[in-house]
Design a protein around this ligand. Structure first.
Ligand code: HH2
Length: 261
């Protein structure tokens, strides 16, 4: 999953793709590099990010969704606002709604219920404004798993087919480095519920904390974390650097294939 942030302030690429023409070119570049799906977001969720009005978010998303309608890849929309979910689903062009708030309100569930779109249910503790201040868990992997199970059950009770649901532990969303590492290390426990797991580690502060690298130098660390997650069963990886991710996955998969020969 290639990330395309149509924002001014995303932590890693804010401002680069705010212009629709540049955004569309970047999406096409990611597809050429091997992206299987594109995730479009128009509100940053980095720690401390201010909220964006729904009209602004929709206004950024719609032209790019329309321009990519024929791109041959599913399009995911990263939003936590029911009004934005409704607006993009009404176009028929959004194949997935990626909600970093995990469809935690009845309005969010209502917005996706009658569509055919896939739903990515991500775990976040708190809100982007405050989530990194002092995240606390009883036991992080168990707590996240339980929360995701409750959210997916609520979606199913509302009529969302289980086959539409993907879960995501939400690396960096109300979590310390130790919490993030435990969630990656013990990812097989999240697989136990039988739903595909999506994970996003690309360029995140966890990589900076471990390597001491600034944002633009976090690719090797991001690839290592991505492979660690894939080796433990992650099915979709949300990344900024598609070509490098493809190479890393190809080499890893070749070794795996030889292992099982
Ligand atoms: N991470 C970010 C945003 N959306 N969605 C899912 N499902 N999983 C993630 O890990 C995830 C996500 C944060 O990364 P980015 O989009 O690059 O930055 P920003 O939120 O600042 O736009």
């Amino acid at each position: 999953m290639g990330v395309l942030n149509l924002t001014e302030d995303s932590f890693s690429d804010g401002g680069r793709w705010l212009d629709a023409t540049a955004a569309i070119a970047q999406a096409r570049r990611m597809i050429d590099e091997g992206a299987d799906l594109i995730d479009l977001g128009a509100e940053s969720t980095r720690p401390g990010a201010p909220p964006v009005a729904p009209e602004v978010e929709t206004g950024r998303l719609l032209p790019v969704l329309h321009a990519l309608a024929d791109c041959g890849r599913p399009l995911s929309v990263d939003t936590r606002k029911p009004a934005v979910m409704r607006a993009v689903l009404a176009t028929g062009l959004a194949d997935m709604i990626n909600d970093v708030a995990g469809f935690a309100t009845p309005e969010a569930i209502e917005a996706v219920r009658d569509s055919q779109a896939a739903c990515c249910v991500m775990h976040m503790q708190g809100d982007p404004l405050t989530m990194q201040q002092s995240p606390v868990y009883r036991e992080v992997v168990g707590d996240v798993r339980q929360w995701l199970a409750a959210r997916t059950t609520a979606l199913q009770h509302a009529g969302v087919d289980r086959a539409r649901i993907v879960i995501d532990p939400g690396i960096g969303f109300g979590k310390t480095v130790a919490h993030n590492l435990a969630l990656i290390a013990r990812l097989p426990e999240l697989l136990a519920d039988g739903l595909p797991v999506l994970i996003g580690v690309s360029r995140k502060s966890m990589i900076g904390a471990i390597t001491g690298r600034d944002l633009e130098q976090r690719l090797p660390g991001s690839l290592a974390a991505m492979l660690a997650a894939v080796a433990r069963g992650a099915r979709i990886v949300r990344v900024h650097d598609v070509a490098a991710t493809r190479d890393a996955l190809a080499v890893w998969a070749a070794v795996e294939a030889a292992t099982h020969e």
